[in-house]
Design a protein around this ligand. Structure first.
Ligand SMILES: Nc1nc2c(ncn2[C@@H]2O[C@H](COP(=O)(O)OP(=O)(O)OP(=O)(O)O)[C@@H](O)[C@H]2O)c(=O)[nH]1
Ligand SMILES: [Mg+2]
Length: 614
């Protein structure tokens, strides 16, 4: 049996280098869809949060039935992967589904940290990349330099000679063209046929053993309220049949006998139910109750496991607890600890890098980074949950009595005249400079930095570079604990009373710092309402009313102009927190608060902590 007609290809790149946009074009130009089905941008980024933030969070499958210029038909399975480092575990796993990879590199930005990571993983998985120099429409595109960078990177990663002679495509996903020869670059219109041809020519035909006993690997999980857990993966040997009994072998080698329920093949943007999936093809399966990432679905009589898949260990954790603030339950639907537990249990069904541990009424939730946990929280808010979460903290490891902490590779690209300020900020955060090179007006620097030091770094870097700095980081390894890092410099303003914020009160506080609230907001005692300009916390009354006098002398109140409040986004709020503080999340609000709302309680706890010597 041959499967000349199947191609499995993964699209990999650094964040924002245009993967999903290019997949849009492949879908549109396959001629398989009605116009309405493929309208809009980034069709595969189907989750509302993905759309809002313009990033891919979950790897996604789609499939194109493509007929080439010679009338030959192909089924091309495409896996679009996320480029953000927090989700890179996804990439490594889904590469198992592919026989080839399209490596996209932005024609201006060039090779970035995540480019290196995904390419390294692709080579390790034995895939030879087709390099796509993308965003060629950018006026500052510098294709030649970028090609050199890719070549150097391949050499550095120890690629074989074959891979060094990589096939190359120049493209603008946005404008819908891709050409193998830059001389054929369209001045107007154009198409992506060269890219389809490159996939068919350079992505190897899956290696097959259709007669061998069944072996299929689960690489991704999906979840639906109707059918429960859905396993997604690839058949490596034999074939998978709906209704058949199989043995599921988990990561630890335990066997359990189960029956395949429904079986689906990827088809366009959706999935079509089929009665069997042949070797080399990708599938989604329903009905296996405990199916997990890395499980092998094997033959009942001759079960043999495939090599297990790596799963990323979490590096960051935070406490989720019920919202016990005075405004609890006013805006959300789900507020109890039981409801939180159920929601987290459901998340564990498909969110692979997540860990949850319950401690009484609280949950210690661990993940790959701030974005990974932030996305979960944002989704929960939208679904109507209310909760409070504590300061994100890194997960330490211990080895031979030494404390180890996660260390990341950090790349920053800043205007050259800001280098001093940037070095200062990073030095304070115990980052070690590994490489620095000046590229015209900008300077490119690479550091090894403790994950702890990266929390809150983005906004500092923003300030140090007048908003012109770019930073990217990704987990590298665990290394020796580097010693304490100073926390937030400023203290906060804590509300002493519950009520409605007045213009009068804010005006009185105008030179004490930056407010987080504005007139008309409801606040409660213990809520953090602003940042103090000094390093200590101060109690403030923001609901104070102007004393009424008999004499109507002034129209001053009406003419007061206040500075605009600083509105913290969810991730900014999480980064901002100190140990004794919480972020309160409801579908409508993000509030910062002290864990102990009354000042006397705070004092008592501070005393107790001091006495305990911590
Ligand atoms: N100029 C230009 N911009 C592009 C092109 N392709 C994509 N973009 C823009 O680049 C941004 C990122 O595009 P996406 O397709 O979401 O990138 P991605 O690689 O899927 O991003 P992640 O999945 O989050 O890693 C969007 O603002 C696009 O409009 C292109 O060919 N030219
Ligand atoms: Mg994307």
């Amino acid at each position: 049996m041959t499967r000349q007609d199947i191609r499995n290809v993964a699209i990999i790149a650094h964040v924002d280098h245009g993967k999903t946009t290019l997949v849009d074009q492949l879908l549109r130009q396959s001629g398989q869809f009605r116009q309405a089905e493929v309208a809009g941008d980034c069709i595969l980024d189907s989750n509302p949060l993905e759309r809002e933030r313009g990033i891919t969070i979950l790897a996604k499958n789609c499939a194109i039935d493509y007929t080439d210029r010679h009338g030959q038909r192909y089924h091309i399975n495409i896996v679009d992967t996320p480029g953000h480092a927090d989700f890179s575990g996804e990439v490594e796993r889904v590469l198992k589904m592919a026989d080839g990879a399209l490596l996209l590199v932005d024609a201006f930005e060039g090779v970035m940290p995540q480019t290196r990571y995904v390419l390294g993983k692709a080579l390790a998985a034995g895939l030879r990349p087709v390099v796509v120099i993308n965003k060629m429409d950018r006026p500052a595109a510098r294709a030649d330099t970028v090609i050199d960078q890719v070549f150097d990177l391949l050499v550095e990663l120890g690629a074989e000679d074959e891979a060094l002679a990589f096939p190359m495509i120049y493209a603008s996903g946005r404008d819908g063209w891709a050409v193998a020869d830059l001389a054929a670059r369209p001045t107007d219109g154009g198409n992506v046929h060269d890219l389809f041809d490159a996939i068919i020519e350079h992505v190897p035909v899956p290696e097959l053993d259709g007669d061998a006993p069944l072996q299929a690997l689960i690489t991704t999980l999906d979840y639906s309220d109707y059918v429960g857990r859905i396993g997604i993966g690839r058949v490596f040997a034999g074939s998978l049949r709906g209704g058949d009994d199989v043995v599921v072998i988990d990561r630890r080698g335990n066997h359990s006998r189960e029956r395949i329920g429904q079986l689906f093949r990827f088809d366009g943007l959706g999935r079509t139910e089929v009665d069997h999936i042949d070797v080399g093809d990708l599938f989604a399966v329903v009905g296996l109750s405990r199916v997990d990432i890395g499980d092998t679905i094997a033959d009942v009589d001759r079960p043999a496991a495939l090599a297990p898949l790596p799963v990323d260990e979490p590096t960051l954790h935070m406490t989720f607890c019920i919202n016990d603030g005075p405004f609890a339950g006013k805006e959300g639907k789900y507020v109890t600890s039981r409801q939180l537990r159920d929601r987290l249990d459901k998340e564990l069904q498909s969110n692979v890098a997540l860990r949850v541990e319950s401690r009484g009424d609280e949950f210690i939730v661990s993940g790959r980074g701030l974005l990974h946990l932030g996305i979960l929280l944002e989704n929960m808010r939208r679904e109507g949950y209310e909760l409070a979460v504590g300061k994100p903290e890194v997960i330490y490891h211990h080895e031979d009595g030494r404390r180890l902490e996660p260390i990341e590779k950090l790349v920053v690209d800043v205007p050259s005249d800001c280098v001093g300020a940037v070095m200062q900020v990073l030095g304070d955060r115990l980052a070690e400079l590994e490489k620095m090179d000046v590229r015209g007006r900008r300077t490119h620097m690479e550091f090894a930095a403790p994950t702890r030091g990266l929390i809150g770094l983005r906004s500092r870097l923003w300030t140090a570079t007048r908003g012109e700095g770019i930073m990217h980081h990704r987990f590298a390894r665990y290394g020796t604990f580097r010693g304490p890092i100073a926390g937030r410099i400023n203290g906060v303003m804590v509300a002493t009373e519950t009520g409605q914020v007045t213009t009068y009160a804010l005006d009185q506080l105008a030179n004490r710092g930056t407010m987080f609230v504005q007139p008309g907001d409801q606040v409660y005692e213990g809520q953090i309402v602003g940042e103090h300009c000094k390093d200590d916390d101060i109690p403030v009354n923001v609901v104070r009313q102007k004393k009424l006098t008999n004499i109507r002398s002034s129209t001053k109140d009406a003419s007061v102009t206040l500075k605009a409040p600083q509105i913290l986004s969810l991730e900014r709020a999480l980064e901002y927190l100190e140990q004794d503080e919480l972020v309160e999340l409801t579908p409508k609000s993000i509030r910062l608060r002290k864990r102990w709302l009354r000042e006397n309680d705070r004092r008592r706890h501070a005393r107790r902590l001091a006495a305990a010597g911590t």
